[in-house]
Design a protein around this ligand. Structure first.
Ligand SMILES: [Zn+2]
Length: 330
């Protein structure tokens, strides 16, 4: 197996090693160092890259990664796992989506890959992370959450040939019901898409559980088991692969923004099938009078939803997975 090296973390056959990857320097001249865990089995196999908290307030993935690693039997592992449980460290420290040091630039780490060594703080960080990713990994999983604890959907890099096929096998082993085979023209600045299109590294994004008070144990336990199933499907763990029933592919997604603001009562939940024109929520004014029944502009799966109760005009109301169809047999 090739030598794994991510920052100071160096792979060692049959061992768990830890280290840090320096991605920047703070105003007090201390380094920004991301935690890195490498678990390498005694035998050859794929190198699976895991990254949590690319959005600093989406912590479910960090816990899924920890749970998955704790359940691994190193002596039986084929290949290796490289885990970065917290990618956007300064955002994580302040429980924010983006770094507090990105005042002027937006700084969404999930939109700037492959990064830029001469760019802003987030672009430089992305560059260092991406070099480590493509220099070491064979496949990857990137963890996210949304508003509600019931959030469960996934995206895989849908490309022709072996890369797309492997990504699809990983996605089916993960097995969330709404799954989006993502074309290379969508989410082009996301790490999983850059890694797949430019370097032949297949990958998933999983939207697993909720952020803030919507964090819950069920999403973590379920995610860790699904991740183990991905490792089985990749041949890293010799156990039968669980076949998840009911997986549907969506053709695209639609972010729907509200035209009006007010007190909002949400009426749908993640995973629900909705029809075009269906009432998805109700808006009230500050005197308590009903103002509007908000209707879905498209049908499909509810992927993410704004739980309210406060809505400003222009807020994202709902994220809909369009045109669901049963996934083909593999
Ligand atoms: Zn996210």
């Amino acid at each position: 197996m090739k030598q794994i090296q991510v920052g100071t973390a160096r792979g060692q056959a049959g061992a768990r090693t830890e280290g840090v990857l320096k991605v920047g320097v703070l105003p007090d001249a201390r380094p920004v160092e991301l935690p890195v865990i490498v678990m390498q089995g005694p035998g050859d196999g794929p190198v699976l890259w895991l990254q949590g908290c690319i959005h600093g307030n989406e912590q479910c993935g960090t816990f899924v990664i920890h749970r998955f690693l704790a359940g691994l039997d190193l002596s039986k592992l084929k290949g290796a796992v490289i885990a970065l449980p917290v990618l956007n460290l300064t955002a994580f420290q302040f429980n924010r989506r983006t770094s507090p040091f990105e005042i002027y630039h937006g700084g969404d780490l999930n939109r700037v890959f492959p990064g830029d060594p001469g760019g802003n703080f987030t672009q430089q960080m992305a560059h260092v992370i991406f070099q480590a990713l493509v220099g070491n990994a064979d496949c990857m999983v990137d963890f996210h959450t949304a508003h509600l604890k019931e959030t469960r959907w996934a995206l895989f890099t849908n490309l022709p040939g072996a890369v797309g096929k492997r990504a699809e096998r990983m996605a089916r082993a993960w097995g969330y019901v709404p799954t989006f085979p993502t074309p290379p023209t969508t989410l082009t600045g996301a790490a999983y898409m850059q890694a797949a299109t430019k370097h032949g590294i297949p990958g998933l994004i999983v939207e697993c559980g909720g952020k803030g008070p919507a964090f819950d144990e069920a999403a973590v336990a379920d995610g860790a088991e699904r991740l183990r199933n991905v490792a089985r499907a990749l041949g890293m763990i010799e156990e039968p692969v669980t076949r998840h029933e009911g997986v549907h592919y969506v053709s695209d997604f639609a972010w729907v923004r509200g035209r009006s603001g007010g007190l909002y009562r949400n009426l749908v939940e993640p995973g629900q099938r909705i029809k075009k024109g269906q009432v998805i929520g109700k808006l009230f004014d500050i005197f308590g009078k009903p103002r509007e029944s908000v209707r879905a502009p498209e049908g499909g799966f509810v992927l993410t939803v704004n739980p309210g109760p406060l809505l400003i005009s222009g807020d994202t109301l709902i994220h809909i997975g369009l045109n669901p169809r049963p996934a083909p047999a593999l």
